[in-house]
Design a protein. Sequence first.
Length: 424
Amino acid sequence: MAPITITPIDDDKVSDLTAQGIEHALSKTKPHNGVATSGELDASLLTTSLTTSPRPVPAIGSAEMASQKICTDHMIQAKWTEEEGWAAPSLQPYGPLSLMPTSSCLHYATQCFEGMKLYRGHDGKLRLFRPELNCKRMLMSTTRIALPAFPPAELLKLIVKLCATDGEKWLPKDRAGAFLYIRPAMIGTDFALGVQRPREALLLVMLTCFAPMDDIPGGAKLLASQDDMCRAWPGGFGYAKVGANYGPSLVAQGEAREKGFHQILWLFGEDCTITEAGASNFFVVWRTKEGKVQIVTADLDEKIVLDGVTRRSVLELLRTRLASSSPAVEGLEPVEVVERKFTMFEIEEAYREGRFIEAFAAGTAWFIAPVGHIQFRGNDLAIPMGDDGEGGKYTTVVKRWLKNIMWGQDEGVGNEWGFIVEEA
């Protein structure tokens, strides 16, 4: 396969969702109620206290691995107060937190997080995938819920330090192709029981064992949301990774699973606009009435949909490798990549007319998961899954491209998207 050349990211469009929040947050030296903060988050001040009680690493395929409850030996913490700013961060043994019962995060959802992965490459190296985007997005999320600002580059340094410390043990070199899930988070810890900006906060970074979630026999089954529920709305916070986006969706998700579906396909408004599949971005591949192949996903204009790192990467790969001006790749027709508002009714129409080709969800946890079934208002749409039943041809090739980058098998972009973690 010919090496790929990726167009550099325009930081002014990282996206319009994040650019304004980042610019605002970093330009303010007095971000909270006009009170100056004297301490910036500074990874060079990190203190280290290693565990004296190391824990065993779960076996691949074990129930422990699948539980999503097993974290590595260490974690990162950094405390912030309005009066003093950021204290020196610490790398310390993983363990419980101590919070007052009136802490802001427990009452007013002053909590946000990121989802990333640490990969053990087939070349033996540890990699992150475009981690600078996650760190910038987390800054945008913190500003949306009145938590303190921080330099994204300093957060990345802390993440890298934790990965370097625990990576060798928890992702040994004989587990090439495996990963750990990285969870940076920030919570408001101010224990004044009033609806106000938190005056204290805590930054955390953890590494968690996760089983792969993209290998779903027959593809993911999605239940389109009912008219009386929606995940996000214009002017809300669907574009940010805040806890308040996820808790309210769990009732619908539970009902869907009781009916045999994997997730909700979230719709919005009377025209049933497509937004996300569970907590992942959603893509369809169809042929237009004029005969052109399109890959379509929801745009970011109304700030309903998350600006996913996997989403962004899928779009950039497709526009680079499968644009109409590109030579044929693996027998695939060139595609037009479209970000726009589209509806469930358009999907139904394309399906009835035989123009619907395939669909997939894209996100950090689900990775690239082919969609095999959608139910909408009692009507079932069986989505083509390819000759091998493991996903359509566009889904399969995009998934392989990304895997090759993440696990160090694509030299064309390894230095641009794959961030090497030097092991301790």
